[in-house]
Design a protein around this ligand. Structure first.
Ligand code: AMP
Ligand code: GLY
Length: 426
């Protein structure tokens, strides 16, 4: 089979790494790729939102299916476009992707289908949003969210009414997130611990992956600014078997009912971000694709052929494949550019990657490029994601940090406490 993967981060590298192990996959193309992806795939330079050129390429090269990594092309309707050209593609339709691209749509969906989530109100004009806040107590916390995609930055956790007023003004009047802030959602602030549960789905059936936990803040002990994610591990012990059972028996069937009633064509991965409040799972958010860096932690535990899973999903037969996961544990540490998530330099040489064997850690490239001598240099904020698999979380932590020490680049930064929470919960 010939496969086209869309995207160029650590997530896409881990997807390609896994697909390349499939005996049925003979050739992988990737747009836009990075300095690691080219080892398993032929790298193209077609913009991920240029559907005309991408579908032309897929037709010319007789691509068997296209796998979409990031959310933006999904939100723009790449799946509907490819389907209209009779091309197979893994990911939800534009309507399905609205579960991520519109927070108000996602909240209304949850309310309609009885899925437990934080209380909310949505507004699309400044005056009504402002009026809503008038009756809010001065010192009561509230969460303000831009409705649309904002690269993970559209959520403001407000400690009091004044902060909420400032956030509403920034989003709706100053347009700091552009059109994404035309509409906003106020949400009850939930206190608890977060866990990410990703599922494969063909729209009629689902299959749960090992639960994972991300580390969103840049600094140790969850301090500093929010990032795309500084590390992840799986399985996360906070997701107890009882919790997974309630997600499996209650929440997921409600989501499938919603898909059917709303005529949502969903063949891909649904990422559900939960807040566990007093033992009960509340849905915080949906993402319509694999998470980054959760995928780099989860896929090394997958024992079944990923390409086989994709084919079953595209044919609506997910129930006919038995998906097997290793019972080991994995820990993924992200090496980032100094300064990230704010300003950082690029083009810095990266040393030591070739000293690491896959048994020690799998090296997934994220923001990397090749210099004129074909050597890897930094090209983004999150540069490398390294994952070790071991018998338990503690051993995986020790293993991955030993491997991390072999990598060097100027101003390299990484968190030293990835997965420590698992030891606390385990
Ligand atoms: P979202 O993109 O909606 O998942 O929000 C990003 C992050 O903001 C989440 O991972 C949580 O850490 C936090 N967050 C979002 N909504 C809430 C909420 N209602 N209560 C507490 N924290 C929240
Ligand atoms: N790690 C969070 C995300 O992929 O959205």
């Amino acid at each position: 089979m010939k496969v086209l993967v869309i995207g160029n981060g650590g997530r896409e590298h881990s997807i390609i790494w896994k697909l390349s192990k499939s005996p049925n996959v003979e050739k992988i193309y990737c747009t836009i790729g990075n300095a690691g992806i080219f080892k398993q795939a032929e790298v193209l330079n077609i913009d991920v939102n240029d559907f005309v050129s991408l579908s032309y390429f897929a037709t010319q090269k007789k691509i068997d299916y296209t796998f979409v990594g990031p959310e933006v092309p999904l939100a723009k309707g790449i799946v509907d476009y490819f389907n209209s050209k009779n091309l197979k593609i893994f990911g939800p339709s534009k309507k399905g992707a609205m579960l991520e691209s519109s927070k108000a749509f996602a909240k209304d969906f949850m309310k309609k289908y009885g899925i437990r989530t934080a209380e909310y109100s949505a507004f699309d004009d400044f005056k009504s949003a402002h009026n809503f806040l008038k009756s809010w107590e001065d010192n009561k916390k509230i969460v303000v969210k831009a409705d649309g995609l904002a690269a993970g930055k559209g959520v403001v956790m407000c400690q009091n009414k004044q902060e909420a007023e400032d956030a509403v003004k920034a989003m709706m009047q100053d347009k700091v997130f552009g059109d994404s802030g035309t509409k906003i959602v106020f949400e009850e602030w939930l206190e608890g611990e977060e866990v990410s549960v990703l599922v494969f789905t063909d729209g009629k059936h689902f299959s749960i992956m090992p639960p994972a936990q991300d580390h969103k803040r840049v600094g140790d002990g969850d301090t500093g600014l929010n990032t795309g994610g500084m590390g992840a591990y799986a399985p996360a012990p906070i997701a107890t078997p009882e919790l997974i059972k309630s997600i499996n028996d209650d929440i997921l069937p409600k989501i499938l009912t919603g898909f059917q009633k709303e005529k949502i064509d969903y063949k891909g991965v649904l990422y559900i971000g939960f807040m566990i409040v007093k033992g009960q799972p509340y849905v915080l958010e949906f993402n319509c694709r694999f998470g980054d860096p959760e995928t780099e932690a989860i896929l090394p535990l997958l024992e079944t052929d990923l390409s086989d899973i994709v084919v079953h999903i595209l044919e609506g037969r997910l129930n006919e494949i038995d998906i097997k996961w290793s019972n080991k544990a994995s820990v993924c540490v992200v090496l980032s550019s100094g300064g990230y998530p704010e300003k950082y330099d690029t083009g810095i040489p990266i040393y030591g990657l070739d000293k690491i064997s896959e048994d020690e850690a799998i090296v997934f490239h994220a923001g990397t490029a090749k210099d004129l001598e074909n050597e890897p240099v930094t090209s983004g904020g999150r540069v490398i994601a390294m994952t070790s698999v071991a018998e338990d979380i503690k051993s995986a932590i020790d293993k991955v940090y030993k491997a991390v020490e072999k990598v060097k680049f100027m101003k390299m930064h990484y968190r030293k406490d990835i997965a420590q929470r698992a030891l606390k919960n385990g």
